[in-house]
Structures are given as C-alpha cells and as structure tokens.
Design a protein around this ligand. Structure first.
Ligand code: N7H
Length: 457
C-alpha cells in the first residue's frame, strides 16, 4: 500500500477547496530557509492522510510546497540526480515542442528566479492570507515573493465550472492502491505513473530517496478569452435547420470540448445537454470511443465522429479506445486546476472583448514531465493528425487548447452534419482563427514527500 503520510495532499487526493493561492518565491538565504523548513514549515505541510478526513484537515489552510530545479540547486541539492531531463532543463526547454510563445508569458515566469511555490488552499481568502502571513513571518527575508496567483471557484451555480462554463474535474485516472471505489469508465493505473519510485515510474529504481513519493508538478497560467470564445460560438451555430441559433451555438461549444456544460459527454448525449447524466458519477465517465451504440450496436467508431469529433478536447487528451491501452495508459496525468480571475463583466460581454485577466491555474502531476504534460500538449493536442489512423488524416488541433503558434486552426468534424465520409471532404470545416486560451507562463517543480528535511541534512 502507498504511504499516504508521505505524499503531499494535492497529488492524489486534491485539496478541493474553493480558494487556492499559488505563491511563487525565490530563496535568498539557503541556510536559514533550510533550517526553518525543517523546524517550522514541515509541520504545516498537509499530507494525503490529513486531507482525506475532515477532522484532520488543517484549521486555517492546507499547505503544499514544490521546488524548481534552480531551487534545488540553490538549496545545495543535486537536481540532475532526480532523473528528469525536462525538469533539469527548465520550463523553456520545451516551449517550441509545445507550441508556446514565451514572449506572451507573464514576466514572472520568464526568468529563472522561481525556486519554489507554496500551494495554500482553504474555504476563504482570509484564511489563506493568515497562513501566508504565518509562512512569511517564519521564513522572513530568506525568501522573496516572485509572483502570486489567487485561484477561486466560480460563484453560485457555476461552482466547479471553468470560465468557459463547462463542468471540470470529472475525469481522473484511478490510482491502484489509492482510489476507492473505482468509478465506471475510470482507468486504473499504477501509482508510479504519478509518484516517483512507485510501480510503473519509468525511473523507479533510481530516484533519490528524498524524492520517493513526490511528483512533478506542471503549473500553467492559462488565460481564457471568454467573451471572444462566446462570440465565436454565436457566429458559428450548428444545425440551424432543426436548432435555434442559441442551441446551435451550445452544440458547437459542447463538441469542441466533448462534454456539455453540465459535464454530460457528447458521445453519450449527442444532440442536447443532459444535466442528470452530467451529474451522475456512475455514468458521466462511462464511455469509450471504440463502441458506438448508434448507429449500430457494437460498431467500431474509428470512422465516425457524428457523436464526438475526433478533435474534441477530452478526446485529444484522453483518446479512450482510439489507441492501444498500453500506449494510452502511459500518458495519464492527475489534474488539480482551479479557475482564477473574476466573472465576465457586462462591458466585456457587450464588446466581446476581454479586458480583465481570467483563466485557469492549471496543475498536473506526473512522474515524468515528458510522458505527461509535454506529450499531451505536443503529440496529442497540437498534432493535426491525432487521433491517428482515422478516416480523416487531418483532424486538426484541439479547439480549446491546441496552438499552431497563433496561426489559423482548421478543425474538422465539429459539424455532425458533415461526418467526414472521406478524407478529401474533411479539411477546413471550421477555422478557429485565434487561440481562446493563451499560455501566460509555465513552471515545473517537484513536490517531495513531506519529509522534505532529509534532503538538506
Ligand atoms: Fe482540459 N475546458 O473547459 O474546455 N478539460 N482544459 N486540459 N483536460 C477537461 O473531464 C479545459 C488542459 C485534460 O479523461 C474538461 O474533468 C480548459 C490542458 C484532461 O476524459 C474540460 C483548459 C491539459 C482531461 C476541460 C484546459 C488538459 C481534461 C472536462 C484551459 C493537458 C480529462 C472535465 C484553459 C495538457 C479527459 C473533466 C478525460 C478535461 C477544459 C486545459 C487535459 C471542461 C478550459 C493544458 C487529461
């Protein structure tokens, strides 16, 4: 069994609070920092066991911590020994591979000065600020703030939905030895896909002992252009013969994501939202693109995207049954993201133009940065041919987060009335002409087990 006293809370369980602060810092005085880390910060670090039961959760705020490669070097730790080339090379090493333009990044992320990040989660921002003040008073001038991003669940009935309006946090892989019960449609993988040193970690035997049961955290500040996204949907309603323009726009949005706003998968409910299905954890994840019950039960769905476009976001990032499971299962990530920024203002909605920054504070955990985040973003999301081997060889990039460096994105299969009967007929059905999600920064860190002190003494 996994030692859940030695695994930080956010990795497997998630902190699941309405507010979460990401506090990025640099270390000025390694000696003081290490000594305070051991004596006063370590007891604050929230473990998986603590977060799982309400009565053991911290009263003020849950606290997790992660360090960058330059942070480890600053603390006198050999970061190469950890055995992840993307981690050691830093966040710029894969920007070309993932189609990013770092000149658009928030300047906080464009240096090499971020040594670590605190993740503080609670029900209220006041509690978070109290805990942050406590941490800052413990660490004093041994750290300097580089950047902070306050995440918050959206208000009222939008709680749990990201800023485009779609329910998030539905699909996660099940972790053998941890997830119980495993829900219908959930794939079980070994813990080493996420945790260093556990079974199926590609470098299982060679991680330094302090890093065992840690995970690589990929953080991305992703700005979402919500009024522009909504305008795009309004401008391209689908199926205008039978649907109202509003319904046609809603259908387009659902097919771009692969789920309706309630979370109901378009594969199971292709023509209209089904909020009951969206909310039912025993059904909302229970599907596989291989088998279509329609048009003919048991028919392979490799050649048919009337129910779900090949390019839909959730199909690009989790091609259930489109690939051999032995390949698919190597590329699971655990997501622990939270929205940031306020609701769309009336003025923004009226002008269809973003003027206030909002988006997703994206967090993924994986035991190998390339196999996880980098692979998903570059080989699946941004490859116009993926999923490979379909009747349509040019599916297009992911309409939500795919990027071709800001250039036009021809995405086929979004219109169910043009189900792509042959390859010649597929291209250029819809030009999602500008990105609706803009990366504003990225950071890779390692979260160790909470017994972090052992690395420095
Ligand atoms: Fe995605 N969205 O609102 O459109 N994502 N995502 N994501 N995402 C998912 O199933 C979204 C991003 C994954 O197992 C849902 O929990 C937005 C990145 C994965 O079926 C919705 C952004 C990466 C899954 C969104 C964004 C991923 C997933 C459905 C950026 C990886 C699980 C809810 C602003 C590189 C798929 C759910 C599965 C689901 C949205 C980013 C990956 C609604 C807005 C960068 C693996």
């Amino acid at each position: 069994p996994l030692n859940i006293d030695n695994i930080q809370a956010d990795i497997l369980a998630g902190m699941h609070k309405d507010k979460e602060l990401f506090f990025f810092f640099s270390v000025n005085d390694a000696t003081t920092f290490k000594s305070k880390l051991k004596s006063d910060i370590l007891p604050l670090i929230t473990t998986t066991r603590q977060i799982l039961a309400v009565n053991t959760q911290p009263i003020t705020a849950a606290v997790n911590i992660a360090f960058s490669s330059t942070g480890l070097v600053t603390l006198g730790v050999d970061s190469t020994a950890i055995g992840d080339s993307d981690f050691v090379a830093g966040q710029f090493s894969e920007t070309d591979t993932i189609g990013d333009n770092p000149s658009l990044w928030n300047s906080a992320f464009t240096g090499t000065g971020i040594h670590g990040v605190f993740l503080l989660a609670s029900d209220t921002i006041d509690n978070i600020n109290t805990e942050l003040a406590n941490i800052q008073s413990i660490l004093g001038s041994s750290i300097t703030e580089i950047h902070r991003l306050q995440g918050a669940a959206r208000p009222g009935s939008e709680s749990g939905h990201e800023h485009f309006g779609f329910m998030d946090g539905i699909a996660q892989p099940a972790v053998n030895g941890f997830t119980n019960p495993v829900l219908p449609g959930q794939t079980s993988v070994n813990a080493g896909v996420f945790l260093l040193g556990e079974q199926d970690d590609p470098n299982q035997g060679s991680r330094p002992s302090w890093a065992v049961d840690g995970s690589f955290l990929v953080f991305r500040q992703l700005q979402q252009l919500v009024p522009e996204f909504n305008q795009f949907l309004t401008d391209h309603p689908l199926d205008t013969d039978t649907l109202t323009p509003e319904q046609g726009s809603e259908l387009l949005g659902a097919r771009m994501v692969g789920r309706w706003k309630s979370g109901a998968p378009v594969f199971l409910s292709p023509t209209a939202d089904d909020p009951e299905l969206g909310a039912d954890r025993n059904r909302n994840n229970d599907f596989n693109y291989l088998i279509a019950s329609d048009p003919a039960p048991g028919t392979e769905n490799h050649f048919n995207q009337t129910r779900c476009p090949f390019s839909a976001h959730i199909r690009k990032v989790h091609p259930r049954g489109d690939l051999d499971p032995s390949v698919e299962n190597q590329h699971f990530i655990i997501r622990s993201s939270i929205p940031y920024g306020p609701e769309v203002t009336n003025a923004e909605a009226a002008s269809s133009t973003t003027s206030v920054d909002r988006g997703l504070a994206f967090v993924s955990y994986q035991s190998n940065i390339f196999n996880g985040f980098v692979f998903l973003q570059s080989i699946w999301i941004n490859s116009v041919g993926f999923p490979f081997g379909k009747v349509d060889p040019t599916v297009g990039v992911d309409p939500i987060i795919g990027s071709l460096g800001g250039g036009p994105k021809n995405i086929s299969g979004l219109d169910p009335a043009v189900p792509c009967p042959d390859a010649d007929n597929c291209m250029g059905q819809l030009d999602v002409s500008h990105d609706v999600v803009l990366p504003r920064g990225t950071y890779a860190s390692i979260t160790s087990g909470p017994i972090w002190g052992v690395i420095s003494y």
